[in-house]
Design a binder for this molecule. Structure first.
Ligand SMILES: [Fe+2]
Length: 263
């Protein structure tokens, strides 16, 4: 398929969002996971995002003990302070977070305070394994119980999870219980394959998506992010603003229950 992007005038997504674009999920910090391997890689991502109009981003390294050494909360904050000091206010502001692989120890780790919160509120960004059945049947109950304690769960790249791709009912149940649904921008242009792409557009069209994120691991995909934002704006400019600016901004500010949702 030839994407029509190249034929259009250069798109500035940031121009559409009066408060600037905001991102709640990306692998920005060097040396913590499969994100950039060095400091220059982190700077390159920040420069690219600045150019696209991002004003605030969360650094969300993987918290997956099977894949990477678990980064300490202090380690994340120190890396952010280090890079922010060097940039002196140029480019997006960085707030701490993490992308937590859900496993049997999730609740214990949460209660002990060892899980990274996303931004200023009681919000946790959670992912699951890729295999069918990775989202436990009792997860809806977990989400709801946490909701009663004002703790919010964001389901990272919901469109890439097998269990949600063909089961809109589960998506509805999770959202009803308080779960926030995040979609990866690059799914919109097929970067993760056909099923995530179809599911991402379905979730957008039926109003189940609550925010979109870059989920960047390096600056190499900045062009794809621009193209995805363009696709989203072509589809619905107001939705681009809600999903890539308003809602992630509210979440990072700790106002996760104030986001604009299609119920
Ligand atoms: Fe991620």
């Amino acid at each position: 398929m030839i994407w029509p992007f190249a034929k259009r005038k250069r798109f500035s997504p940031g121009d559409l969002a009066p408060e600037g674009l905001c991102d709640a999920h990306m692998h920005l910090l060097w040396g913590l996971d499969d994100g950039p391997s060095d400091r220059a890689g982190t700077i390159e991502i920040l420069d690219g995002l600045h150019e696209l109009g991002y004003v605030r981003v969360a650094a969300t390294p993987h918290r997956n003990p099977r894949m990477f050494p678990v980064p300490g909360l202090q380690e994340i904050e120190t890396a952010i302070a280090d890079i922010a000091g060097e940039r002196g206010g140029i480019g997006p502001e960085i707030v701490p977070g993490g992308e937590i692989m859900f496993d049997d120890s999730f609740m214990n780790d949460l209660e002990s305070g060892s899980l990274p919160r996303l931004g200023a509120g009681s919000t946790y960004l959670v992912e699951f394994g890729a295999h069918p059945g990775a989202i436990p049947n009792a997860f809806e109950e977990t989400v709801f119980r946490l909701r009663t304690r004002e703790i919010a769960i964001i389901i990272a790249h919901a469109e890439r999870h097998h269990d949600l791709q063909k089961d809109q009912r589960r998506v509805d149940l999770l959202r009803k219980g308080g779960a926030i649904i995040q979609i990866d921008l690059m799914s919109l242009i097929g970067e993760y394959g056909r099923d995530p792409m179809k599911t991402a557009w379905r979730l957008l069209e039926n109003g189940s998506a609550d925010l979109v994120s870059t989920d960047l691991h390096s600056a190499a995909h900045m062009g794809e992010i621009a193209r995805s934002l363009n696709e989203l704006a072509e589809w619905d400019e107001a939705e681009l603003v809600r999903l890539a600016s308003t809602n992630p901004r509210l979440i990072l500010a700790g106002d996760q229950w104030e986001i604009e949702r299609n119920e």
